[in-house]
Design a binder for this molecule. Structure first.
Ligand code: TYM
Length: 337
């Protein structure tokens, strides 16, 4: 069975979106739009795997929706919706957690990172998280999943779960989705520590650029970003052991669409005193219009809710029949839905 190409991806509204989310995911979601069917989800059921303040979660979910719209997601072209509005996710999530193996879950590096030394005290949901993510993708029989580097292992696990389902029930029902990891910003690093990824959950706000930051805040965070005293070399090869410098050059390249080597060549011999203001200028140039549109959209939350509810109806129309078929394949008597 061949499946028509369909893209699915999601972002957790567990904090404000960052430059990492924008360059590694959101901007690429916009690029895919119009090429194939695109389904994009604000995954609030994933966000609650760690405790969220309810009022903040609601705010962040609407704000993430505003970021999608402001960045160029067109709800007429893409299906844009909230995960908890479409029951197929939680339902297939359970079914697939009966297919996934505990040994597979134990290999997930993101769980190990998030649980740290405290693995006994984290929620069961955090452990089962990758099975729900597999359900997100497979409920749409999606074939391609644009993500940043950190989500590659989860998409590969989704392939394993799909393959085991197909094998166990003797069907070719689920496609084996491909992770799509492209461009120069597949792993944007923290501005404070070049060995950690930029993250919405980092306790230090100075470590990241938020899509809600104003121009002055962006410039200040870049000015304070950790670097070294050496000048820039003529190519990326010279930045092998300078992770913070490499990160800033990669961000610059991703924002302007240039090759990182071309950025190095242009700034060769110059220090960060010259490079940082240039980076701040391109960052503000790209992000400010998005922030302005986000603020305008956030002034009318009822309109955001309307767009999301319309998206959920369309998502449900795709996912519900697929999950009904999956239930029947697993041996459940067909019900009303
Ligand atoms: P999340 O919410 O952590 O991140 C959303 C997307 O942004 C990418 N990303 C980054 N890319 C480059 N540099 C960074 N510093 C950076 N930080 C985040 C992520 O790789 C991701 O593509 N488990 C997912 C959400 C999810 C999902 C899905 C994704 C749930 N179900 C189904 C795809 C398909 C997550 O926590 O992403």
């Amino acid at each position: 069975m061949t499946h028509a190409p369909r893209i699915f991806s999601g972002i957790q509204p567990s904090g404000g979106l960052t430059l990492g989310n924008y360059l590694g995911a959101l901007r690429r979601f916009v690029e895919k739009q119009g090429q194939v069917e695109t389904v994009y989800c604000l995954v609030d059921l994933h966000a609650i795997t760690v405790w969220q303040d309810p009022a903040r979660l609601r705010h962040q979910t609407r704000e993430a929706a505003a970021a999608f719209l402001a960045a160029g997601i067109d709800p007429a072209q893409s299906i844009l919706f909230v995960q908890s509005h479409v029951p197929a996710h939680a339902e297939l999530g359970w079914m697939l957690s009966c297919v996934a193996r505990v040994g597979w879950m134990n290999r997930m590096t993101q769980f190990k990172d998030k649980a740290g030394k405290n693995a006994e005290a984290v929620s069961l949901g955090l452990y089962a998280y990758p099975a729900l993510m597999a359900a997100d993708i497979l409920a749409y029989q999606a074939t391609h999943v644009p993500v940043g580097e950190d989500q590659k292992q989860h998409v590969e696990l989704t392939r394993d779960i799909a393959a085991k389902f197909n094998h166990d029930y003797g069907v070719e029902f689920f496609p084996l989705p491909e992770p799509v990891i492209e461009g120069t910003a597949t792993r944007v690093m923290s501005l404070r520590d070049g060995s950690r990824k930029m993250s919405k959950s980092d306790p230090s706000d100075a470590s990241r650029i938020n899509l809600t930051d104003d121009a002055d805040t962006i410039a200040q965070k870049i000015r304070k970003a950790r670097t070294d005293a050496d000048p820039l070399p003529g190519s990326m090869a010279g930045l092998k052991d300078r992770p913070e410098a490499r990160n800033l050059v990669n961000i610059y390249a991703a924002l302007t669409g240039e090759a990182p080597d071309a950025v190095c060549a242009r700034f060769e011999g110059q220090g960060f005193g010259a490079f940082k203001p240039a980076l701040a200028e391109v960052a503000v140039g790209v992000l400010s219009p998005i922030t302005t549109r986000m603020n305008a959209l956030m002034a009318d939350p009822a309109e955001i809710d309307r767009i999301l509810l319309a998206g959920a109806e369309r998502a449900d129309a795709v996912a519900a029949p697929i999950v009904a078929d999956a239930r029947e394949i697993m041996g459940m008597i067909r019900g009303a839905r």
